[in-house]
Design a protein. Structure first.
Ligand SMILES: Cc1cc2nc3c(=O)[nH]c(=O)nc-3n(C[C@H](O)[C@H](O)[C@H](O)COP(=O)(O)O)c2cc1C
Length: 185
């Protein structure tokens, strides 16, 4: 799992919490930019966030096992995913551990989920999302729905995190699934 410097660090935090509850082993990389956004958005230090993961690495830690496809994983989630990191994923520009781990997930045909966050989107962002989707990446924008009748911000966050868990076929009850509209009359 990687947390990059886009707004919405809370999505990454919630995903880590949900994976911990399920005793799913997590290897976390927090980018340098994400450190700044963590400070800004959460009353939490990078260290506290990292406590939720089983193993942590710096983004410049190029000797990490995540550099190699021979290290087995079930896949990777980049949440939230900055437009910069999205660009790197879409173009195989593996100049840090986050991008190399994503490159490895692609070459090993493992599940790779990105949760991009930006608005409005420019043509480059849209092209990079298309390229990523064409490579088989699950593009799950931080774009909560409202059909589950959210009451608080946590409900919006849980919707996005739940959709990420769906990509890995991990059971959850983070939101009420849409089951059709009530019949009229
Ligand atoms: C408070 C704050 C919020 C930001 N929000 C976003 C964002 O939502 N999306 C985005 O693509 N970049 C955002 N950025 C800019 C990225 O952090 C910046 O492009 C950085 O180089 C991304 O690097 P990384 O992908 O290695 O984390 C934000 C920066 C700051 C300081």
């Amino acid at each position: 799992m990687a947390i990059t410097g886009a707004s919405g660090i809370v999505y990454g935090k919630r995903l880590l919490e949900e994976l911990k509850i399920r005793k799913i082993e997590t290897h976390l990389i927090v980018s340098e930019a994400a450190e700044k956004v963590i400070e800004h958005e959460l009353e939490l230090s990078k260290k506290d966030l990292e406590k939720l993961a089983d193993r942590v690495y710096d983004a410049d830690e190029l000797t990490s096992p995540l550099m190699s496809g021979s290290f087995k994983t079930d896949g990777m989630v980049i949440i939230p995913c900055s437009m910069k990191t999205l660009a790197g994923v879409a173009h195989g520009f593996a100049d840090n551990l986050i991008l190399r781990a994503a490159d490895v997930a692609l070459k090993e045909k493992r599940r790779l989920v990105v949760v991009p966050r930006e608005t409005p989107l420019n043509t480059i962002h849209l092209r990079n999302m298309l390229s990523a989707a064409e490579l088989g990446v699950f593009v799950v924008p931080a774009m909560p729905a409202f059909y589950h009748k959210p009451k608080k911000i946590d409900d919006l966050v849980d919707f996005v995190v739940g959709r990420v868990l769906d990509c890995f076929d991990i059971e959850h009850k983070l939101f009420k699934r849409y089951s059709g509209m009530k019949p009229r009359g």
